[in-house]
Design a protein around this ligand. Structure first.
Ligand code: PEP
Length: 252
């Protein structure tokens, strides 16, 4: 059994209004009130963070954002939201480098690193996403892709900063497609990430870092994934929108 405490996180992407956010929490909180085996995190769109943080106050459920700007000082950055603003709005965490941001919004390993540093400097838990695309897996390049994303996006962090991040392995071909990686496939990728961590930060850091799996996690496949000692939790997109379904994932 691993000593790492599971983290069950939901990424709402661009779904739900503030009113729908309040409705979700009303149904969800009682369903996870007794769930002491895992940390629980919900990441709604920016607009809903205040509603989410208000609804979650006093519960064990933490609220996070889906991105933050790398500039921590306020300034002329139209359309952006800073990590200190997220913190002030009640966020505990922020997803960084999600594949949809890499694919549609020009996110690179260099910007992932800068955003992660800003999140750390602001006292947020960065959930840093990595993962290969289908053609990369099919051409046998999964290991190379993970190595490059780790080397350029994460490994420049100092050890003290690294100790405060969570890594999410999200194979791009499994996100929103219904194609879940088998527990063994996910565990293999997690092992290779942990080996990269060990080479850079040492054995203790590798044993301590939480690596989540994300990609079409559902109530009916979460148990098999969480049975893998390498998998320290899940980052859930579509299935985190339904309070009953996400609660059953949390309570795997
Ligand atoms: C995600 O958005 O991080 C994700 C894994 O999505 P889904 O669960 O819908 O595949």
């Amino acid at each position: 059994m691993s000593a790492r405490r599971p983290l069950m996180a939901g990424n709402w992407k661009m779904y739900k209004t503030p009113a729908q956010t309040a409705e979700f929490f009303e149904k969800f909180l009682p369903l996870v009130a007794e769930s002491s085996h895992a940390d629980v995190l919900i990441c709604p769109p920016f607009l809903n963070l205040t509603a989410a943080a208000g609804a979650a106050a006093g519960s064990k459920v933490a609220v996070g954002a889906q991105n933050c700007h790398w500039e921590t000082k306020e300034g002329a950055f139209t359309g952006e939201v800073s990590a200190p603003m997220l913190k002030a709005a009640g966020c505990a965490a922020v997803i960084i480098g999600h594949s949809e941001r890499r694919q549609f919004f020009g996110e690179t390993d260099a910007t992932v690193l800068k955003r992660t540093q800003a999140a750390l400097a602001s006292g947020l838990l960065p959930v840093v996403c990595v993962g290969e695309r289908l053609e990369e897996r099919e051409s046998g390049r999964t290991g190379d892709v993970l190595r490059a994303q780790f080397t350029d996006g994460i490994a420049p962090l100092e050890a003290a900063g690294f100790a405060k991040i969570v890594i999410a392995y999200e194979p791009v071909w499994a996100i929103g497609t219904g194609k879940v990686a088998t527990p063994e496939m996910a565990a293999e990728a997690h092992r290779s990430l942990r080996a990269l961590v060990e080479a850079r930060y040492g054995k203790e850091a590798a044993a301590a870092v939480r690596i989540l799996y994300g990609g079409s996690v559902k109530p009916d496949n979460v148990k098999g994934l969480m049975a893998q000692v390498e998998i320290d939790g899940t980052l859930v997109g579509g299935a985190s929108l339904d309070p009953v379904g996400f609660a059953s994932i949390v309570n795997f």
